[in-house]
Ligand binder design. Structure first.
Ligand code: ADP
Ligand code: MG
Length: 140
């Protein structure tokens, strides 16, 4: 099966605790390759646009505040069945439901401050990669 790509964010709770390397190590050990990576401070407009699908949800305002509360690391990950592979190693949204061996089980602080984002479909992966990266920033 051919390699595909997905989009990942190491969220502010993880960058604050100096876990960029630890999280990336778990992604790599899961068979994903980092083909683009940059540390950024998201603007409010960027965060609102990125999470627009959730704008009617009660947690939307807090989620945006959290995502701009510190730097994040946005990444493009490549691997076989990358979207599912990444979702599997991330673990459940709520860390209390996350399986052993997952990033959220190991590091998430709460259902909101859950250390990582990962695209949920190939279609959304492409949209999310294009939201943060120019083609020339991705080197596979
Ligand atoms: P996932 O990140 O696992 O794909 P969702 O797409 O459902 O989860 O939600 C996006 C993000 O919104 C979550 O990762 C988390 O940071 C936050 N979130 C989701 N549900 C809640 C909730 N009930 N309360 C607070 N924050 C939430
Ligand atoms: Mg999601």
């Amino acid at each position: 099966m051919a390699a595909t790509r997905t989009f990942s964010i190491i969220k502010p709770d993880a960058t604050r605790r100096n876990l960029t390397g630890a999280v990336t190590k778990m992604l790599e050990e899961a068979g994903l390759r980092v083909v683009a990576s940059k540390r950024i401070q998201m603007t409010r407009e960027q965060a609102e646009g990125f999470y627009a699908v959730h704008k009617e949800r009660p947690f939307f305002g807090d989620l945006v505040e959290f995502m701009i509360s510190g730097p994040v690391v946005v990444q493009v990950l490549e691997g076989e069945d990358a979207v599912k592979r990444n979702r599997d190693v991330m673990g459940a949204t709520n860390p209390s439901d996350a399986a052993e061996g997952t990033i959220r089980k190991a590091y998430a602080e709460s259902i909101e401050a859950n250390s990582v984002h990962g695209s949920d479909s190939d279609e959304n992966a492409k949209i999310e990669i294009d939201y943060f990266f120019k083609p020339e920033e991705i080197v596979g």
